[in-house]
Design a protein around this ligand. Structure first.
Ligand SMILES: [Zn+2]
Length: 272
């Protein structure tokens, strides 16, 4: 799946089946408490969106200095943050406006780790598409409505899906409202129970990410994931291996934070 910006533009147009509306995004990645009241960028895709994104990336991706994360994910900042690419061979960022609002910056080692993992997944999970959701601001700091994501070490990863057991990506192009999707305690999409979470691929992604983080000087400190879906994740072939790594997947979330982490899983990295 080699895609150019032109091809992506076409894919975006074809697959974007949701109305383009401003939504009150009620999401945050923190535990155990959180206050949420902000409106995030919407996904107002225009015909010029991708060329804007391309220019944006070219303008802001020249800093190759290694990043410095200061403070913590919930009270920190980022120096020499690096902009994650809007898309690559097997991944894409979820929302044009969020991207143009500079909410896709990460620590340079996080960028290397995540890209390295996607490179490996091209071989181990060919023809699958992965999604990245919000990261950090260019200089870190508060990024409403998230309470964390403050020092370039947090990323929200889009949960991979199946429809009738087959890979399904139409919902990956919902933009900001992706955060509002709900899944039941078995991982079925509440609006369409033929759509379900691909727990095996999610576990594969996390296993690969652990490996790539390690070779890039990082560890995964925490994964925030809906508690009711933890068993389903660990029940898969790769999930069993994932559980054996001892990865910390949250077990004590408030009802609100718990309910929000099904369409995506939040990962906090740590510099070794
Ligand atoms: Zn998050």
């Amino acid at each position: 799946m080699r895609l150019t910006f032109h091809a992506w533009n076409r894919t975006f147009t074809m697959k974007h089946t949701f109305p383009l509306v401003f939504l009150l995004l009620v999401t945050a990645c923190s535990e155990p408490t959180n206050s949420i009241s902000q409106t995030p960028p919407s996904n107002a895709i225009t015909t010029d969106s991708l060329s804007l994104v391309e220019k944006h990336y070219l303008e802001l991706s020249s800093d190759s200095t290694e990043s410095v994360s200061k403070g913590t994910v919930s009270n920190g900042s980022l120096e020499h943050g690096q902009l994650f690419p809007f898309f690559g061979t097997n991944y894409h960022y979820f929302d044009t406006n969020s991207y143009l609002a500079n909410r896709c910056f990460v620590h340079s080692l996080v960028k290397s780790s995540v890209l390295d993992a996607y490179g490996k997944l091209e071989k181990t999970a060919p023809d699958r598409l992965f999604g990245i959701m919000e990261c950090s601001n260019k200089h870190g700091g508060k990024i409403s409505p998230h309470r964390t994501h403050q020092n370039g070490l947090s990323i929200d990863f889009m949960t991979p899906l199946l429809k009738n057991g087959k890979p399904y990506t139409d919902l990956d192009f919902a933009g900001a409202q992706h955060y509002l999707m709900n899944f039941d305690a078995n991982g079925r999409y509440e609006e369409d129970p033929t759509v379900s979470i691909d727990f095996e691929l999610m576990a594969q992604h996390l296993l690969t990410l652990i490996e790539s983080a390690k070779t890039n000087g990082l560890t995964i400190e925490k994964v925030i994931w809906k508690m009711e879906l933890r068993d389903e994740l660990f029940a898969t072939t790769s999930g069993k291996k994932l559980q054996q790594t001892g990865i910390y997947i949250t077990t004590n979330l408030t009802p609100l934070i718990n309910s929000l982490h099904d369409d995506h899983y939040h990962v906090d990295f740590k510099v070794k």
